[in-house]
Ligand binder design. Structure first.
Ligand SMILES: Cc1ncc(COP(=O)(O)O)c(C=O)c1O
Length: 291
């Protein structure tokens, strides 16, 4: 595997960064998870726009133009001969002396692109749907760190994931400090009730996902169903007709039970399955060609 590191493609075993990198020392950095399908990179511009917004939010000056980052992603895919892949793009504050102050980072930001083939959940879970649990770890408050900064600080999500795994399932529903449903540890959550699609609004503290946007567009434009963003409770999850999660890594996965409450008949919902089919079409027919 070839890794893009600070302008060069290096072998996996040579892809090393300094222990003085503030991304390593403090999680001071940002990232994007991007997918390529069938030789096209899905919604690359949206991902790079979000990356640049995250950089601005933490006052990190990225040492490259957006088009150069795009080239770095394509170069990494071509070097690894991948037409279907999961891409991890990371930019840290860079190397510097110990101490939180970013001014300590005298070296330019570290830029890394990894391209690999990953599936977040087992085929069985995609086929039959997964169970989730609501966990005690609350989603970080927006007045502490905006959920839309896709930062290298994922300890909040990791602690929630650990709670889910301890309960024997693969994913956790995270609540905000007011006790309302926000999202899961690495994906957004959707409910369907009376053929209306619901999802927590960004104001509840969720990362406004790029897959989330694509699914809402498909629901409105292809399935012609109503879409509502707003405030959802665990009661809404338990009493929904259908539930599913979305994310670049997770793609779209049905949820059939939450907190040991079966959702409707305990099978992937019919609208969910239609959206999965539409999403598969969309990802295979649109995106930035890898050339
Ligand atoms: C916390 C969180 N929520 C939601 C998502 C889904 O966002 P996207 O669809 O843009 O990948 C992610 C993706 O990594 C995430 O980490």
């Amino acid at each position: 595997m070839k890794i893009y590191l600070d302008g060069k493609l290096v072998e996996n075993e040579d892809a090393k960064i300094s222990v003085f990198d503030h991304g390593f020392l403090y999680g001071d950095g940002i990232f994007e998870g991007i997918r390529a399908y069938n030789g096209r990179i899905f919604r690359l511009k949206e991902h790079l726009d979000r990356l640049l917004a995250s950089a601005k939010a933490i006052n990190l000056t990225i040492p490259m133009q957006q088009k150069d980052i795009e080239k770095a992603v394509i170069k990494t895919l071509l070097a690894n001969k991948l037409s279907d892949a999961y891409i991890r793009l990371i930019i840290t504050r860079g190397r510097g002396d110990l101490g939180l102050d970013p001014r300590n980072c005298t070296k330019p930001p570290t830029v890394v692109v990894i391209a690999d083939n990953i599936s977040m959940y087992s085929e069985e879970l995609y086929e039959n749907g997964m169970e989730v649990v609501t966990v005690s770890t609350r989603r970080i408050r927006q007045d502490s760190l905006s959920p839309n900064v896709k930062s290298l600080n994922y300890l909040n999500n990791i602690l929630a994931k650990m709670e889910a795994v301890r309960s024997g399932v693969m994913e956790a529903i995270m609540l905000n400090s007011e006790g309302y449903v926000v999202e899961c540890t690495g994906d957004n959550i959707f409910l369907i009730k009376n053929e209306i699609l619901y999802t927590p609004s960004g104001a509840e503290g969720a990362l406004v996902g790029i897959t989330r946007d694509a699914i809402m567009e498909l629901a409105k434009n292809k399935l012609k169903i109503q879409v509502k963003e707003g405030r959802l409770s665990t009661y809404d999850v338990y009493t929904a007709d259908e539930c599913f999660l979305t994310g670049t890594a997770a793609e779209v996965i049905p949820v059939i039970a939450a907190d040991s409450r079966q959702i409707a008949d305990g099978k992937p919902g019919k609208i969910t399955l239609k959206l999965i089919k539409e999403f598969k079409n969309l990802t295979r027919l649109t995106g930035t060609p890898i050339k």
